[in-house]
Design a protein around this ligand. Sequence first.
Ligand code: BGC
Length: 734
Amino acid sequence: MFRQAEWIGCNGMGEICPEFMREMAFESPVREATLFISAIGVYEAYLNGERIGDFVLAPGCTVYRERLQYQIYDVTPLMKKDNILTVTVGTGWHRGRISARSKQINQMPGAVIARLEVVLEDGRTQIIVTDGNWKVRKSRILFSDLYDGETYDASSPEDAYQEVKVLADLDKKQLIPQEGEKICEQERLKPVGYFVTPAGERVIDFGQNLAGYVEFHVKAKKGDKIVISHAEILDKDGNVYTENYRTARAKLTYICGEGEQVHKPHLVFYGFRYIRLDEYPGEPVPEDFTAIALYSDMKRTGHMECWHKGINRLFENTLWSQRSNFIDIPTDCPQRDERMGWTGDAQVFCRTASYNYHVEKFFEKWLADVRAEQYEDGMICDIVPNFWQMRRGSAAWGDVITILPWQMYLTYGHRTVLADNFEAMKKWVDYITGDSAVPYLWTCKEEEKKLWGKHYGDWLAQDAPYGSYVGATDVDLVASAFYANSVDILVRAGKILGKDMTEYEELYGNIVNAFRRTFHLETQTAHVLALQFGLAENREETAAGLARMIRENGNRLQTGFVGTPYLLHVLSENGYGNVAYDLLLQNAFPSWLYEVEHGATTIWEHWDGIRDDGTIWSKDMNSYNHYAYGCVMDWIYGVAGGIRTVEEYPGFEKVRICPLPDERLGWLDVSLETAYGVIRSKWSCKEGAEYKVRYEISTPVEAVVVIDGKEYQVGKGDYIFYGITPASCGSGSL
Ligand code: BGC
């Protein structure tokens, strides 16, 4: 693809982003023009002053050592007879502070590679590639870093062009065509408030936490300075709180030109709800500001609404946390000095994510990166790309390699995702087998059980001992339970792919037995995992035990990252649907609605991100935009609304619809767009009327509908299922 092209860079521009330029003139009009382009860093390209494409932060985020995406743009409409192509390159993930610990990639020069194929009206083809014929100059972006923000100077005259540096030694073999979705600008939000805080800060509130940037319109004098800080929350006194960004400065600086002007950052993004105008000429007019959300271009597939406003808000919060953290890779959070592709967070949330949005392409691209970062011995890194050069593969984090492909298979029904990941799954499982001292369990030494030891355990659980992030559930129990689950998934995947899985089936049986012999179930999460992964010797007793613990704890959960995703599921599957609803509808701390009632517009990382008295839990580990606990939404889709995949017919080719109404939700309307059409499940509870619950279910595929424990077969075609319990149920064609 880039055969004749060379990487081109520049000499000594320090922190200033270089702008590469190529002039070209054609003898006859252009019939067709295609640009292939990539960069070391992130780029923004213009042809004759018009932005090429709408991919922000291209070429995206991958394991650059092996996989660097290039984009292909049809630039025909932008072509003229005389043309100027410019490409500005920022640091992005590749060279920014975010990957500073990956010296191998981070210390590479900012560079661009491109090939422009032009077909003229007279039939001739002309190829223009990056080479010594390009020029470079300092752009107006004086500084650009994903963590620290961007500085733009609109006041100074444009710099003169100089020679480029041809980087003939730089490899091209890592270049691959774009696999993921493009990242682009999505919602535009106007301020909902402007105020001055008790500390005298001028603050604009966009009413919604998000990832993206602010665009503003300003009338200014040349040289006037605008400095904007970003924040997710206000502290208890109503002042801007930024400590939870840790070392990420997240500033926007703009040096104005003369007169009216509009500006937005180019090669960075921020996580924020509020902005503070640290410096701003004159009195700001809120209408002049717009927050622009930025995320991967995924198609929305899931919808949910019910009578309960708090639950609707919780759903919105989940969507916003997904949007904010699906910027080419699934991240933990979009604001602080992290924004990493944490594998644990991704596996926790992937089911909900795949219902909310069509994320097959997004995750398959990232899974290729997960495989690229897998260690020789099979260990799966905790973050992908492994920008921190960590060598840790924690239970429930590394298990992303089994859980995520399996979920993609269930939601979308394509075996290829299993085939592509099977060897990596097997290596992971074999790695665990080889890593444990005790056969059929995954155990570790006492000193490895400490914080930042081998595993994260039930991360951020409420039963964590004071001062620790690791919940009270024995990390060996957690690790062994996930070991069992990964082997189980491996066996299922292998069978689907027609492989002999006898050896792993035996291994699974042995793990189950060893688990039962070894562990006592003491915490909520221990009960949850035993039930979810089929490890409980006596399901009934275990479920009753869990329900009792929750009741004794005032209908409150204590689970963290590991237990929470399955908590409501194991309750409702074992006859405790009412307890599951109690937890869902709990509004005292810790609970989902506690956050909602404390003003959350996204999902918090920690159950008590803001305490009842307004104080803040911790500045270290306290993101207000962390999707993990948003995983509760898959219970609403799959249990409350009851739309379930059937393993034998993945991708919703056939479906089981088994709603679980509860009058405290009033009514519920859930829908899921699948490859076969939209499946919709609605119910409403009405006390004292002629019916208790009214169901309306429409499905474009064959379905088994379960109402009050009775099964109804619904044939293929668009059906509506209308039921009144306990009196009658029926179905018919739409
Ligand atoms: C991240 C988490 C992540 C965890 C692992 C945190 O810093 O934000 O979401 O999974 O580390 O320990």
